[in-house]
Every structure is written in structure tokens, then in C-alpha cells.
Ligand binder design. Structure first.
Ligand code: PMP
Length: 440
């Protein structure tokens, strides 16, 4: 379209997680991107402080990825992976098995984080059945967890607004408490000192429900979408120990944290805790083509291979599992991360990042600051009666000043592409501190 969009042009698209009724009056439209920047429809360069939606870790239109997608789409546009295969799907699986902690050697391909979560939950339930332990059907999530928008994901998820309008959730789900404890941990640099004992909530639920009924617990090692809530030191280790004690599978939802966001290939590696299943998506293809991957442990895979009583060991899959174009994008993305040493880069920049994040302390309305790897949360005091209003105002002001950020509740979340330079980090915090000073 060669003219600016009118509100009328914008009435058909029901937008995801967006106030549709307001958006057309004050739209933020992007038309191009390159490296660290978007181009807005009014021709401005916007620095990407959010890696799109936590996914563009290698920066926009990264040449190797663009070339790989172009080549693939003109060579093999699509092939099914039900009873047929493509060599590159095996190659990608091997690359992923090498990237994630030892023991997570098997990969199930999906098209999104939500599908990865539902796949992981189903595989966990399937595992216990294969072992003759069909009573283990309970799934445990965590308050303030976000696991996508499928019925499995919203059931184990802990965001009330994502659940309340959609009727009955999965049966037999319970939640442990979240770990956010501002009384003891506000303004922590990196992971907070206090709160490893929150993991003991799982003991409480195991005893309440009878541990032999619990199939799996799913947590984000670092909760992203609910405001960047970091695991207290020792918390994830303790969760692992409790799971082992009771025969419960541990699932890490790493849709945000995998592929370098925290300075390592996975949060599992970063924290030295290996779960039984890891869900991923987003950074797997740098956001170019939708794709998710679920990493599964040897014991889970083997139990299906050994015990399934039908030739097909798992009745599950998607038309687009291991889609050739997504696979090509993922292979090129992983190669870019490796060649350009982007995980190492994120790790090296993290201290610079941390200093600038905490430099915002004392600005008006700043209630808490949190950071890890190249992630930060700026939590603002709620404006009376309007949770999120102040952060949304900051997001709009940032856009006007040439910066894209993500807002969740009262928190501004930052997660730039890992190619960000020190000068660009300084620019991001410069814009933000100006905005925070001006906020009413
Ligand atoms: N799990 C986590 C931890 C996420 O952050 C997200 C997306 N933000 C999802 C699942 C869902 O991913 P998708 O939007 O690709 O379905």
C-alpha cells in the first residue's frame, strides 16, 4: 500500500496481546529492519531493545540466515516428516544435541513456543505411561509462569488473565509459588541471594497430592514474560533434587533463555542444572521462520522406543515439524551464533549491561531493577488504579524517541540482539533515563 494506513484499513487484523481498540489511533508500524534497527513507517531508525520479541538474537536480516532461507525456498519448499525425511533435519538435530547439556540428545520439532510446551507436557505424561506408571498424571506449574497460549500452556501457566476467560483448564494441575520476593531481593544484581527455599513448595505439593501422582513440573529458569523474575541462587538445584527424590520430571521452558540470552547456549548450562526436557523456539531461527525444538533426555526417548506397543512410538507431530525452510534458517542461525561468538559476546557484555541497568536506580517511579545476561527489567511503581499504565506510557515515549522495548505489567523488559555494541547499550539507557525523568 502506497498511502498511510487508516484506522479503517486496520480493523480486520485481530492483533495478538494488543489493545486493538486503541492501536489504530496511535499505531507503531515497522516496514524494514537491519542489524540492531527497525525502520518505522515514518522513516525513522528505531533501535531494537527487545530483539523483536526476545527472538532476534543475531540481529535483523543477518546475511547468512537470509541467504540460507532464500536458497532453501527455491530448492525444497516443503517436505513432510511423517514417514519421510530430509537430511538437514537430522543435521539440525545433531547440532542441537551437541549444543544442549549432555544427556538431552533427542529433539522433537514444533513451530512455536506454545507448541513446544504442549509437546513437552505430552511427552512427560507419555513417559510415565510407557513405564507402567499411568497414575502419574498431575502437572505442576508455577505462579507467574508463562508457557504460551495452548491449553496445556495456559493450564500450567500462572497468569490469571491468560486463563480466566477460557473456561476449564487441564485437570490435575497445581502450581508452586513464584520466587519473586521484592522485600528481600529488590535491586539485586543478577540472581537474588534469598529464596532457594521457594523450591520446597514442590515438597508441599508432592505431600499434598501424593508424589506418585505427579508427572512433571515445568518452570522457566528465568521467567521472562511476567517481568523478568530471576531464580534465587540455589533454587533450580533444589528443584532438581526434589524432582529426583520423588520421580518427577523437570521441564525447563527455555523459549526465551535458550540460544545465548543469558550468555550461554541454555539456562541449564548457565545454572549447571540439567532438566529432563527443555522447550525452545524464538532464537532457534533468529525469529525469521517460526520453529520450536523440544530437547528430550535419553531415558525418556529410550522408554518410548523400548515400550511402545505400536510401530509409531509417539502419536504426536505437526505438518510443519522440521519444515525445510525453518530447518535451513535454524542451521544458519546456529552457525552465525558460533562463528560470530554471540553467546560469548553476551557473556562479556553482561557486566557493562548490569552497571547501566542499575544506574537507573533513584530515577522517579523506579521500584526495582533486575538483570541477567543481556536481559533487564525496570519495574515501575503502579499508577493508582492502572497497573501497567506508566510502563505503557514509557514504551510509547521510547518508540517516539527511537527505541523499541517490551512492556509487561509495570515492567519494561529489555533484551537487545546479542550483536549490540557498548555504544548502543549506552544509547538505550540514555533514551530510557530521559524518559523516566520525564514520566509523570
Ligand atoms: N514459553 C515461554 C517461556 C515464552 O516466553 C513464550 C513466548 N514469549 C512461549 C512459551 C510461547 O511461545 P510462542 O509465542 O512462540 O508460542
Amino acid at each position: 500500500m502506497n498511502r498511510p494506513l487508516t484506522p479503517n484499513d486496520m480493523s480486520s487484523f485481530w492483533m495478538p496481546f494488543t489493545p486493538n481498540r486503541d492501536f489504530a489511533a496511535d499505531p507503531r508500524l515497522v516496514v524494514a529492519a537491519d542489524g540492531m534497527h527497525y525502520t518505522s513507517s515514518d522513516g525513522r531508525q528505531i533501535i531494537d531493545g527487545a530483539a523483536g520479541l526476545w527472538c532476534v538474537n543475531a540481529g535483523h536480516n543477518s546475511p547468512r540466515i537470509v541467504e540460507a532461507v532464500k536458497k532453501q525456498v527455491s530448492t525444497l519448499d516443503y517436505a513432510p516428516h511423517f514417514n519421510f525425511g530430509t537430511p538437514q533435519a537430522y543435521e539440525l538435530s545433531a547440532r542441537l544435541a551437541a549444543l544442549f547439556p549432555a544427556g538431552l540428545e533427542h529433539v522433537f520439532f514444533t513451530n512455536s513456543g506454545s507448541e513446544s510446551v504442549d509437546t513437552a507436557l505430552k511427552i512427560a505424561l507419555h513417559y510415565h505411561r510407557m513405564r507402567g506408571d499411568a497414575a502419574r498424571t498431575r502437572l505442576i506449574g508455577r505462579e507467574r509462569g508463562y508457557h504460551g497460549v495452548g491449553f496445556g500452556g495456559i493450564s500450567v501457566g500462572g497468569m490469571v488473565k491468560n486463563r480466566m476467560h477460557f473456561g476449564t483448564m487441564l485437570a490435575g494441575v497445581d502450581h508452586i509459588r513464584h520466587t519473586h520476593d521484592p522485600e528481600r531481593n529488590a535491586f539485586s544484581r543478577g540472581c537474588p541471594e534469598h529464596g532457594a527455599e521457594f523450591a520446597d513448595d514442590l515438597i508441599r505439593l508432592a505431600e499434598l497430592h501424593d508424589p506418585s501422582t505427579i508427572a512433571a513440573v515445568i518452570v522457566e529458569p528465568m521467567a521472562g514474560s511476567t517481568g523478568v523474575l530471576l531464580p534465587p541462587k540455589g533454587y533450580l538445584q533444589r528443584l532438581r533434587e526434589i524432582c529426583d527424590r520423588y520421580g518427577i520430571l523437570l521441564i525447563f521452558d527455555e523459549v526465551i533463555t535458550a540460544y545465548g540470552r543469558l550468555g550461554k547456549a541454555s539456562a541449564a548450562e548457565k545454572f549447571g542444572v540439567t532438566p529432563d526436557i527443555i522447550t525452545t523456539a524464538k532464537g532457534l531461527t533468529n525469529g525469521t521462520i517460526p520453529m520450536g525444538a523440544v530437547m528430550v533426555s535419553e531415558k525418556i526417548y529410550d522408554s518410548a522406543m523400548e515400550n511402545a506397543d505400536a510401530p509409531i512410538e509417539l502419536f504426536h507431530g505437526y505438518t510443519y515439524s522440521a519444515h525445510p525452510i525453518a530447518t535451513a534458517a535454524a542451521l544458519a542461525t546456529l552457525e552465525t551464533y558460533r562463528e560470530d561468538q554471540l553467546f560469548e559476546r553476551a557473556d562479556a557484555l553482561a557486566p557493562v549491561w548490569e552497571d547501566l541497568v542499575h544506574g537507573l536506580k533513584g530515577l522517579p517511579h523506579v521500584k526495582d531493577l533486575r538483570n541477567l545476561g543481556l536481559v533487564a527489567a525496570i519495574e515501575l511503581e503502579s499508577r493508582e488504579g492502572a497497573v501497567g499504565a506508566r510502563a505503557t506510557e514509557a514504551m510509547k515515549a521510547a518508540w517516539a524517541k527511537g527505541l523499541m522495548v517490551r512492556v509487561t505489567g509495570d515492567t519494561i523488559a529489555l533484551s537487545p540482539p546479542l550483536i549490540v555494541t557498548e555504544a548502543q547499550i549506552a544509547e538505550i539507557f540514555d533514551i530510557l533515563s530521559g524518559i523516566l525523568r520525564d514520566l509523570a
